[in-house]
Every structure is written in C-alpha cells, then in structure tokens.
Design a protein around this ligand. Structure first.
Ligand code: AMP
Length: 114
C-alpha cells in the first residue's frame, strides 16, 4: 500500500470532499481551508513536486492547470478572481510530497504572500 496521502485519496482509500475529477486529475476541498474557497487539484499520477517534473509531465501540468481554472468556475470564483499556489520544498512549507495546486479565493487576497 502506498504511503503517499494524496495517492491514497486518488485510489479512494482515504475519503475526500471531491469537487471535480477527470482521467488526469482529482480536485478536493482542503481539510484546513485558509480562505472561503480552498480546493486542491492533484494529478492522479504521482509526481512529488515541481522539482521532479520532466518533459513527460508537460501534458499532466496542462491538465492540472486547466482543471484548476475549471474548479474556479465551478466554485463561482472564476470571474471574481482566485490564486493558484504550488508550494515547493521546505521554505515554501510544502507538507505533502505529491504535486498539487491550491485554488484559493472567495475573498480579496493580499499580496505579497507571507
Ligand atoms: P502543502 O502544504 O502545500 O503541501 O499543502 C498540503 C495541503 O493538504 C494542506 O493545505 C493541508 O491542509 C491539506 N491536507 C492534508 N491532508 C488532507 C486531507 N486528508 N484532505 C484534504 N486536504 C488535506
């Protein structure tokens, strides 16, 4: 059995509040939302993070990006605005080593981030 948390969600071994899925990605609500809308878009195939991307992942990254925009539309924040965040590595506080895009919105967001 895989130890990767998000692989286990992809495989249905751990429950999640899924808002969208297709053949390439799954999107579910973050368990500790930081803003009114906080959804994680995760590729079904395991890639640990940005540092691990290869040319073979170009299509996968496109699928994740398009799914993030689609999720924003589904969540009603596509027009008002939203932020897509990928935390990579220790300084960025990446806590789950399976690539994921945070789709954040539902209120005005400040810049720069902390
Ligand atoms: P990161 O810190 O960028 O790696 O983001 C990981 C995110 O996964 C955090 O925002 C966590 O709150 C979220 N998370 C951890 N476990 C779960 C879970 N079982 N279901 C949904 N979100 C989770």
């Amino acid at each position: 059995m895989t130890e990767c948390l998000f692989c286990r969600i992809v495989q249905g071994e751990i429950a999640a509040d899924i808002v969208y899925q297709d053949e390439s990605v799954i999107a579910f609500r973050d368990i500790q939302p930081q803003v009114p809308t906080h959804v994680l878009v995760v590729p079904r195939r395991h890639v640990a993070g940005y540092n691990d991307l290869t040319k073979d992942d170009d299509a996968l990254l496109g699928s994740v990006g398009r799914a993030a925009a689609h999720v924003a539309q589904l969540e009603g924040i596509g027009s008002s605005g939203y932020r897509c965040v990928v935390n990579s590595g220790q300084d960025a506080l990446q806590s789950v080593p399976h690539l994921h895009v945070h789709v954040l919105g539902g209120r005005p967001l400040s810049w720069p981030p902390g």
